[in-house]
Design a protein around this ligand. Structure first.
Ligand code: SAH
Ligand code: SF4
Length: 361
């Protein structure tokens, strides 16, 4: 369904907001809960399905709210492997969502964790030099309904129940703060999807003031920080965001997050040959992690077509990990194939847009 300027995306709406709207329409208080049950328990995809609502109310709802269309354009992978979905939004924008199935190697034997990697923006304005998501610049923020919609559509298409989400798809979630928080509230709420805050991870490239804002939020969300360099010198080289908020400022904001939430954060560190994989970087990374009492996730770089960066050899990766371990820091390296795809969000969209460029020319 296409939006008209007066229509609000229905999956962007909270229970109190819907209750207010329905009382304006002269409806009893329990109606809002009924609508939410249709949306999040029964997963209705139109107001027409909501058969226990009076027909006149359904028409009023149809006039005020729209169901967003996330149209699956392509799905890669199947069965118990990582599945990658490419969705087309109502304005033609393309976004990616990745479903990572239970992985004993990653989460331990018997784990039934099914993680969804969600996009928060179309493109990205932060322009990290190694990343596919920012290659074509920034187009727009996603609204909350498009974020919640990725969850609902991924469950619908895969037939799986997702019990963990990470904002590690396309975009910088903390620069779309309000819509990301709104989506998280809807996903977390008992009247919504009902997923616990501890199963929701927000990943940021280091927007220090927004990390403090996140720390002030009541929800116990998990925080992952994309460090990728243990000194300003290295970070400046590959992450322009570091010039705005250098390491000292970033780490102070992380300290605040840890102190207020009383939980461990994760430092993401992709290993790029000759850039950040030296033993000195490992020692410094270990020092930072110990100061924050953070976990470190090392991820061998996943090459992006058109970019010059390389993944270090296995020998070099091992040497880096050994140096890290000597610092006493808590570090793991993720070498799984599926996880490579997760880390490389933005690449499928890139590939499809290059294909359509070819067809167009
Ligand atoms: N903007 C946020 C979240 C999206 S990126 C952030 O930067 O944290 C999710 C993670 O994937 C980040 O840690 C990012 O640095 C990493 N990533 C991006 N491109 C990658 C690649 N080609 N190989 C491995 N990891 C990559
Ligand atoms: Fe944007 Fe994150 Fe990619 Fe950097 S790593 S360009 S912040 S999506």
């Amino acid at each position: 369904m296409k939006f008209t300027p007066t229509q609000t995306p229905i999956h962007s709406v909270t229970l109190p907001e819907l209750s207010a709207k329905l009382s304006e329409l002269g409806q009893p208080a329990y109606r809002a809960k009924q609508v939410m049950e249709w949306l999040y328990l029964k997963r209705a995809r139109s107001f027409a399905e909501m058969t226990n609502l009076p027909a006149a109310l359904r028409s009023s709802l149809e006039a005020a709210f729209a169901f967003d269309s996330l149209e699956p354009v392509r799905t890669l992978g199947s069965g118990d492997t990582t599945r990658k979905f490419l969705f087309r939004l109502h304005d033609g924008s393309l976004i990616e969502t990745v479903l990572i199935p239970a992985s004993p190697a990653l989460y331990g034997e018997g784990s039934d964790r099914r993680t969804l990697c969600i996009s928060s923006q179309v493109g990205c304005a932060f322009g990290c030099k190694f990343c596919a998501s920012g290659l074509n610049g920034f187009s727009r923020n996603l609204h909350a309904g498009e974020i919640v919609g990725q969850f609902l559509k991924a469950e619908q298409i895969s037939g799986e129940k997702i019990n963990n989400i990470v904002f590690m798809g396309m975009g910088e979630p903390l620069s779309n703060f309000d819509e990301v928080i709104r989506a998280i509230e809807i996903i977390n709420a008992s009247w919504g999807v009902g997923l616990g805050a501890r199963h929701i991870t927000v990943s940021t490239s280091g927007l220090a003031p927004r990390i403090r804002d996140l720390a002030a939020q009541p929800l116990q969300l998990r925080l992952a920080v994309s460090l990728h360099g243990a000194t300003d010198e290295v970070r400046n080289q590959i992450m322009p965001v570091n010039r705005r908020w250098p390491l000292a400022e970033l780490l102070d904001a992380c300290d605040e997050y840890v102190a207020r939430k009383k939980q461990r954060i994760t430092l993401e560190f992709i290993l790029i040959e000759g850039i950040n994989d030296s033993l000195e970087q490992a020692a410094e990374l270990g020092r930072i992690a110990r100061r924050l009492e953070a976990k470190i996730n090392c991820i061998p770089y996943n090459p992006v077509q058109g970019l010059e960066w390389k993944r270090p050899s296995l020998r070099r990766q091992d040497a880096f990990m050994a140096a890290l371990e000597r610092t006493g820091a808590d570090a793991t390296i993720r070498r799984e194939k599926g996880v490579d795809i997760q880390a490389a969000c933005g690449q499928l969209r890139l590939q499809v847009s290059q294909e359509s460029d070819k067809t167009a020319s």
